[in-house]
Design a protein around this ligand. Structure first.
Ligand code: NAP
Length: 303
């Protein structure tokens, strides 16, 4: 097997991050199979494009069998296929939750179970799950998506322990915002409630504007390549500014401050009004502290 290019299967490679990963790995010389629920051609950007719906067990089985028949093995599985759902959690029905978990979580489990017998028999393989910065720090009106990615993070961590004895390496990548189709194809929660309309719309507008201004997903593709080439791939791999700063910030910043910043961003509170309100108190506090320090110094200097 040495000398032969590694065989990589990337789910959800018709667009966005998955397409960037599959195209980059193809350019690097790997033998890449990408997937789409509705493939428009047999190849895309030089990689083979197979039919796959991760919510359908028959489709999962057929896809993995096709790769095994054509390439003989799967060295690396990149679980990238994912969907998004926006809305307050009270607006999110159980059917909505099942819908998002079917792709973002159960879909990953179906793929993992389908490739593992081959990897385990060869005592070699690698699984890379594309999670999210929102899998490590939550954000309002994305609660269902966060739940699916937090679940994926726990799953990935446990899987890493279990597969270590078979020389199967497991990692997750947490991208921040990168250009893709996701925010434009996201589903709205089914049970909309008027009370949430204004902040929900602001939340959606905010994430759309971040996504529109986001960079191309090439750094995520290069991170996957690094993990494949690494002797000891890391478990957590945050990529992008938000992903790197958000999780430590949520741990280090006092919860009240973090909450306030979130409310400013969603325009639930007006930061100018808050500053005006807090500024006099803060100035009085600083003046009082300076006066107290001066009084103390003065007393020490006296004979
Ligand atoms: N973009 C970001 O800023 C960002 C940030 C953090 C994490 N992520 C994660 O990155 C991954 C890719 O997202 P993206 O932003 O590139 O989104 P995208 O542009 O919407 O691409 C999603 C991909 O998933 C595939 N897909 C959706 N449902 C599927 C299903 N049931 N079975 C198989 N394939 C399915 C789609 O393929 P077809 O429609 O052709 O089937 C498409 O190729 C997701 O897991 C997402 O959560 C993205």
């Amino acid at each position: 097997m040495s000398g032969q290019p590694k065989v990589v299967l990337v789910t959800g490679a018709s667009m966005g991050i998955g397409r960037a990963i599959a195209a980059h790995l193809t350019r690097c010389g790997f033998r890449v199979f990408g997937t789409s629920r509705h493939p428009i051609a047999a190849t895309l950007d030089g990689f083979a494009l197979l039919q796959l719906d991760v919510t359908d067990p028959d489709s999962v089985r057929a896809c993995v069998e096709t790769v095994l028949a054509r390439a003989g093995r799967i060295d690396v599985l990149v679980n990238n296929a994912g969907v998004d759902l926006v809305g307050a959690l009270e607006e999110t029905t159980l059917a909505d939750l099942v819908w998002i978990m079917e792709t973002n979580f159960y879909g990953v489990h179906r793929m993992v179970q389908a490739v593992l017998p081959g990897m385990r028999a060869r005592r070699d393989g690698q699984i890379i799950n594309i999670s999210s910065a929102l899998g490590r720090a939550a954000w309002p009106f994305e609660g269902a998506y966060c739940a699916s990615k937090f679940a994926l993070e726990g799953y990935t961590e446990a899987l890493r322990y279990e597969l270590n004895i078979f020389n199967i390496r497991v990692s997750s990548i947490q991208p921040g915002f990168f250009k893709s189709n996701m925010v434009h194809s996201q589903r709205l929660a089914a049970h909309l409630i008027a009370d949430y309309a204004a902040p929900r719309q602001r939340g959606i507008a905010l994430s759309r504007s971040w996504s529109d201004a986001a960079p191309e997903p090439d750094p995520v593709a290069r991170a996957v390549e690094r993990l494949i080439r690494a002797r000891h791939p890391r478990l957590h791999n945050p990529i992008g500014l938000e992903a790197v700063i958000m999780p430590p910030l949520t741990r280090l910043m006092p919860a009240r401050v973090l909450f306030k910043v979130g409310r400013w961003m969603l325009q639930l509170d007006d930061w100018r009004a808050d500053l005006r309100r807090f500024a006099p108190t803060t100035l009085v506090g600083i003046a009082a502290a300076l006066l107290a320090a001066a009084a103390l110094l003065n007393r020490k200097r006296r004979p």
